[in-house]
Design a protein around this ligand. Sequence first.
Ligand code: GLU
Length: 450
Amino acid sequence: MSAADAVTDALRELRAEFIGVREGQLADYIPKLTLADPDAFGLALVSMDGHRYSMGEAEIPFTLQSISKPFVYALALSVLGLDEVGRWVSAEPSGEAFNAISLEPVTGRPANAMVNAGAIVTTALIPDTPDEPAFDRILHCLGSFAGRRLDVDEEVYASEAATGDRNRALAYLIRSAGTLPVDPVAAVETYFRQCAVRATAVDLATMAATLAHGGVNPLTGDTVVSAEVAAQVLAVMATCGMYDASGDWLLRVGLPAKSGVSGGLIAAGPARFGLATYSPPLDASGTSVRGHAALGALSRRLGLHLMNNPALPGSTVTLATTADDLPSAPADDRERALRERVGVVAAQGALDFTAAERVLYALDESGPERTGSVVLDLREVTTIDSVALAMLHTGLSRLAGDGWRAAVVDPADRLGPPDLVRERTGQDLPRYASREQAVQYCAHALPGAG
Ligand code: GLU
């Protein structure tokens, strides 16, 4: 027993709650999929630190089917870039079923890379290299997302190849519209093979976690795709991943997701986790019934909806006051009067755009306008990203430009090396290891301080 078993307990509870759901049908248009166990129900979660949690049938391999689509889209975006991929496949929700025979009216492009038409094109865009045929590249890429080598379920592949005429028809239609860059037969064969790649719910949660983690696999540490590509794929999953149920899913569950007709379902919480479920019975839009119910409940209970990000006031700026209010302030009247004119702002944690805005606002509020000088205490700041850093440099240079004094408490050089700070802020910003030293400097550097 350990403290983190609380996460496993949450998965156990979900499984117990929804295992009794009997609705849904096994996909039967690929005959081999009817052999799946309708009672199997596995759940898995992988955190950004690579911690794995699972419950139930989370180690049973099953075929990815459409869950392969976002990952092959990621590969196409990595190889060709968004503009080139966008010439061949659009990124609009289709509002139609996964296997709809439909293309965009004027351009002839498939609506998006999550429906079959778009996925066939995406797969066709992956070129062979001298060392690796296209399918091997795809298999290799899917394995990098999962953190282990994956293989093909040859029986499921053969079963879909024997019955997949609708997808062949789609490929010919796309070819006739001029938006399939290769032979339709070859494109569909590669697509069928990618759909028949086998993985477990734990693998799928790792794949989703890799997208959520900016393209870096949290288990292996490998950069599988760039952060930019990971964000692009999550965006298309959010708007199109659940086919004609995508809008309702985004509304109610609020997570980028992708379903597959073999019963897998993945969802990604950007910068938070990857989730996967496996339960073969499907609803009318081809999504696992239990998976949908379980992920929906989890999102509501744990407040995972993407649009539900209440700002945490006070979590960045921990102090905004004047130096006479600090416990270290001396009783001496003259000293106190000087310290009244020194604003003090302390921040903590990781600073991004939102956090930097809070810090700059606090500097204005408690600082120079009223006091003449300000101390910015960054000792509890853990990281400053490049956007926040540029904002802080600009903010500090504006203060200097307005004639105000500023000093920072920054023993770890979070603002960057002195040369960079001088270049960006146009001044030799006084930096101190302790807050009291910075306050002393500001109090005595004030005009009239003597
Ligand atoms: N291989 C399946 C097909 O093309 C995938 C569909 C899905 O999983 O939604 O029909």
